[in-house]
Design a protein around this ligand. Structure first.
Ligand code: MTE
Ligand code: MO
Length: 161
């Protein structure tokens, strides 16, 4: 239910018309660490780490219905964290240049490596994900009622203490 007077948290939207248009052409991700240190992470950087594929993923749009199943390929979030995020963080804010984003808690990433890991995806069904399709896209395989955590065009990852 939408209450017009609520200020909606852009990292936890309740309803959303998906944006079809990439905010830019560049898939580079800006990583912002808790003390303000910034790293640029290119697509090549992501691909240099071991890749993970997750089958039977669906993108369930409450507006235009369900697409899938897809096999998404990318860097699993536990592997991303291991390589890029120093210990002592509580959550990640994974946001796109269009303002859409998702908050991912440390427990979701690290509490026993899940069978269905979140991915920073750059592949779909054995081919490269296009920018139009969301490159680099956050995939949340367990999300089946809607797709409101599956951020297209990840542009910034903010690490919160
Ligand atoms: N950056 C960004 N990611 C987004 C959205 C958006 O508007 N911007 N919409 C979300 C919603 S509500 C849906 S249903 C899906 C739609 O994904 P699709 O365009 O691949 O079907 O993207 C999700 N990720
Ligand atoms: Mo949606």
């Amino acid at each position: 239910m939408i209450h017009p007077h609520d200020e909606e948290d852009p990292l936890q939207p309740h309803a959303h018309d998906p944006n079809p248009t990439p905010p830019s052409d560049d898939p580079t991700i800006t990583l912002i660490l808790p003390h303000g240190r910034v790293h640029l992470i290119t697509l090549a950087d992501l691909k240099a780490l071991p890749e993970t594929s997750v089958a039977d993923c669906y993108i369930v749009s409450t507006g235009h219905g369900t697409s899938g199943p897809f096999t998404f390929t990318g860097l699993a979030l536990p592997d991303f964290v291991q390589s890029y995020v120093p210990a002592g963080w509580s959550h990640l804010e994974i946001v796109s240049g269009d303002g859409f984003g998702s908050r991912v808690m440390a427990a979701e990433v690290t509490a026993a490596r899940p069978a269905l890991p979140f991915l920073l995806a750059y592949g779909i069904n054995g081919r490269a994900l296009t920018r139009q399709e969301g490159l680099v896209r956050l995939i949340v395989p367990s999300e089946r009622d809607d797709a409101m955590r599956q951020v297209k065009w990840v542009g910034e990852i903010r690490v919160r203490p």
